[in-house]
Design a protein around this ligand. Structure first.
Ligand code: DC
Length: 240
């Protein structure tokens, strides 16, 4: 179906880790010729900045200040965009973001209201400069872009998510303790859902997709169809 996207369109994809959210968001953006914002990468970058500057992950105001000073910047010429710290000198930190210490650090800094406030503001700022966006995270439809044109919430059973994570780690040559992975996923879900600022919730107007028994291709096809349907009816509503 041929349909051009409007000049301003924000699509949000939220949900817990291990639902295939990042891959789906990136592929959906590319199918629809939109840009892709990985907000998890920003929380990971906050952990890198904290570690670099010797700020404790648990010191929310300190991390928020350090993030503000580090002046994060995405390089939008790359696909997917790379993430850089620009102060005191420019440094590409993309490769560092997936390391285990940073994964842990990001989940701690993400609990801080001060850190969230800095990053939410930056995300809205990015959307002004890049108004055709698929934005992926935990709070994109609920907090950051409540007026998004289409909101998705991807979910999957904890067991399926642990299994996917185990497959990823094994294919990276790492040893895996599946029972421990499952425990960690359940704990992290509870922490994400219960935090006071920007908790992981399903926005009222979100389309919930359970990816437990679906392949990436099936999830992508479902999301693309929903976006085209919704934006198509919006376009017609505007008199087209
Ligand atoms: O999606 P991810 O694993 O790259 O996210 C890294 C951490 O940041 C994870 O602990 C969840 C948190 N996060 C968040 O709190 N809000 C977002 N919008 C994105 C990520």
């Amino acid at each position: 179906m041929v349909m051009s996207m409007p000049e301003h369109v924000i699509i949000t994809i939220d949900g817990p880790a291990g639902t295939g959210k990042s891959t789906t968001a990136r592929l959906l953006a590319s199918r629809l010729e939109l840009e892709f914002l990985d907000t998890g990468a920003m929380y990971r970058a906050a952990a890198v900045v904290a570690l670099d500057r010797g700020v404790d992950f648990g010191d929310g105001p300190g991390v928020a200040r350090a993030v503000h000073q580090a002046m994060l910047r995405f390089d939008w010429a790359a696909d997917p965009p790379r993430l850089l710290i620009t102060s005191p000198h420019e440094r590409d930190i993309t490769e560092r973001l997936r390391d285990a210490d940073i994964t842990l650090g990001s989940s701690i800094v993400a609990r801080s209201p001060e850190v969230r406030a800095v990053l939410v503001e930056q995300q809205r700022h990015i959307a002004q400069a890049h108004p055709r966006l698929v934005s992926e995270g935990r709070d994109q439809g609920s907090v950051v872009f409540p007026d998004a044109a289409v909101k998705f919430f991807l979910d999957a059973s904890p067991e399926a998510r642990a299994q996917r994570r185990a497959d990823q780690l094994r294919s990276a040559g790492q040893e895996v303790d599946e029972a421990r992975l499952l425990r960690e996923i359940i704990e992290r879900d509870a922490a994400d859902r219960n935090r006071e600022t920007g908790p992981l919730i399903i926005p009222d107007d979100a389309i919930v997709v359970d990816t437990t028994h679906l392949s990436h291709d099936q999830v992508l096809a479902q999301l693309e169809q929903q976006v085209r349907q919704r934006l198509g009816s919006l376009n017609r509503g505007v008199g087209g």
